[in-house]
Ligand binder design. Structure first.
Ligand SMILES: *[C@@H]1O[C@H](CO)[C@@H](O)[C@H](O)[C@H]1NC(C)=O
Ligand SMILES: *[C@@H]1O[C@H](CO)[C@@H](O)[C@H](O)[C@H]1NC(C)=O
Ligand SMILES: *[C@@H]1O[C@H](CO)[C@@H](O)[C@H](O)[C@H]1NC(C)=O
Ligand SMILES: *[C@@H]1O[C@H](CO)[C@@H](O)[C@H](O)[C@H]1NC(C)=O
Ligand SMILES: *[C@@H]1O[C@H](CO)[C@@H](O)[C@H](O)[C@H]1NC(C)=O
Ligand SMILES: *[C@@H]1O[C@H](CO)[C@@H](O)[C@H](O)[C@H]1NC(C)=O
Length: 390
């Protein structure tokens, strides 16, 4: 999988570059990796491991501190949502504790005097505030409340993807910063080779990643039904300026889905064939352009090289006005004399998300437009194209 290989490249870089360079690299990579919480957490998990071994945790802490400034939705919005519950009080206390210890920690690393060290050691109980954050992020309840991210599900179980992404990244950054402080103090008190807290944090981080994946797969199914209507209201609020713009807005709303976006200059039919099942929001007309959105599991990436599942998408040649595939790639094929351009790609596994088109709700409240029926596949032509490619 791509994100594993990204972390691997990172690993190599970090092992090979001197610390001065590591810092810039960490920042740029982590800020870039901010696309999806699960891939960000996986990267951070590897970095935490390496940084612990190399005793370079402060670079990671600084990067995470910086990352928090780039997130759209801050923790305040979460605390407001929790209203005046014990839950809110406790969470506020944990976060305040971590923030105050983070300051002492950065003071100490900037100027490791005895006074700064004494000050930092006062945070030796920080794990009592760090641990509950890890529990929340890995789906456990505290104080008999609901799991945290249930706050971001509506009545139909549809998750607010952008809020879950921001809040989880925020809390995760605090969690790992807290782990850094705890490991540092532990090393003062028990010698550099004690890694009790480091190990506890590593275990929890992997639980968080497992939980987030499960959460996203639970979020995915209800969101398929309402996909059309949510996208229509998104279009209503802020029409997309390009295929890429639309892709990034969709990825932010639906971190559990991946997309292929097509833009047409006139109304026309875009169809998909092949044995890879894919969701399709077809023929959305806005501001003089038509957009067609194909959607599938975020863990699947479509590539040009032949794999077990194939997909071929046909677009009327004279209407085609661009596309954006994110990190997927497809081969563009145009036969002289045919009026269709075909994009061919492959996946190693079939998509199981949003593949049941009869489940889609197409009549949306509050929007005037209604959509045409799911495109019928030009099976024969696509078969011909696939044979040509193979
Ligand atoms: C998702 O949550 C954010 C932050 O609470 C909010 O601004 C946004 O309107 C929500 N989106 C939806 C679709 O409910
Ligand atoms: C820590 O462990 C390393 C390798 O296991 C060893 O070389 C080093 O002497 C140990 N340091 C202390 C302070 O125990
Ligand atoms: C790229 O695709 C993979 C699926 O192979 C996905 O896990 C990863 O998050 C994607 N990366 C980005 C930056 O979208
Ligand atoms: C792909 O197909 C081949 C034979 O058609 C099969 O042996 C292999 O197990 C399949 N791979 C996957 C990942 O399904
Ligand atoms: C899917 O279609 C491709 C190309 O037509 C073919 O090679 C592959 O065997 C098919 N896979 C399955 C699982 O049917
Ligand atoms: C859609 O995905 C489900 C699993 O969620 C699978 O059982 C089904 O066969 C898939 N349908 C198609 C048309 O691929």
């Amino acid at each position: 999988m791509n994100m594993r290989s990204t972390s691997f490249v990172l690993l190599i870089f970090i092992l090979c570059t001197p610390s001065v360079h590591t810092k810039g690299l960490l920042s740029s990579v982590i800020l870039e990796a901010a696309n999806s919480a699960v891939s960000l957490f996986t990267t951070i998990s590897d970095l935490f491991q390496i940084s612990t071994e190399k005793n370079e945790l402060q670079l990671l802490a600084e990067t995470l501190s910086e990352l928090k400034h780039n997130l759209k939705i801050g923790l305040n919005s979460l605390l407001i949502r929790l209203e005046k519950s014990i839950y809110q009080n406790a969470l506020t206390r944990y976060i305040d504790k971590i923030n105050s210890c983070k300051k002492d920690y950065f003071n100490y690393v900037a100027n490791p005097s005895d006074a700064a060290k004494r000050n930092l050691v006062k945070c030796s109980d920080i794990m009592e505030s760090v641990r509950p954050l890890g529990n929340l992020l890995s789906g456990q309840r505290i104080f008999d409340s609901h799991p945290l991210f249930d706050l971001y599900k509506d009545g139909e179980g549809v998750c607010n993807g952008s809020a879950i992404e921001s809040i989880s990244k925020n809390l995760f950054a605090d969690y790992v910063i807290g782990c850094t402080v705890a490991s540092t103090i532990e090393a003062f008190e028990n010698g550099v080779n004690t890694t009790l807290y480091g190990n506890e944090c590593k275990d929890t981080i992997s639980k968080v990643i497992t939980y987030m994946r499960r959460l996203y797969s639970d979020c995915a199914l209800p969101s398929c039904k309402t996909f059309h209507c949510s996208v229509q209201s998104l279009f209503g609020e802020i029409p997309p300026t390009s295929s890429q713009d639309l892709y990034s807005k969709l990825s932010e709303m639906y971190p559990w889905l991946n997309f292929l976006v097509f833009k047409l200059s006139k109304r026309g039919k875009v169809t998909a064939g092949g044995n890879f099942s894919i969701g399709h929001y077809d023929s959305h007309w806005i501001n003089g352009y038509q957009y067609d959105i194909f959607f599938f599991d975020a863990y699947i990436q479509i590539i040009k090289e032949s794999l077990n599942y194939s997909i071929a998408i046909e677009v009327p040649e004279e209407l085609y006005d661009g596309h954006y595939f994110g990190n997927s790639t497809m081969t563009k094929i145009y036969f002289n004399g045919l009026t269709l351009t075909t994009f061919v790609g492959y996946a190693s596994e079939n998509n199981a998300l949003c593949n049941d088109t009869s489940e889609y709700i197409r009549e949306c409240h509050g929007t005037g437009t209604s959509n045409t029926l799911y495109g019928k596949v030009h099976i024969i032509l696509i078969f011909v194209v696939l044979m040509y490619v193979l």
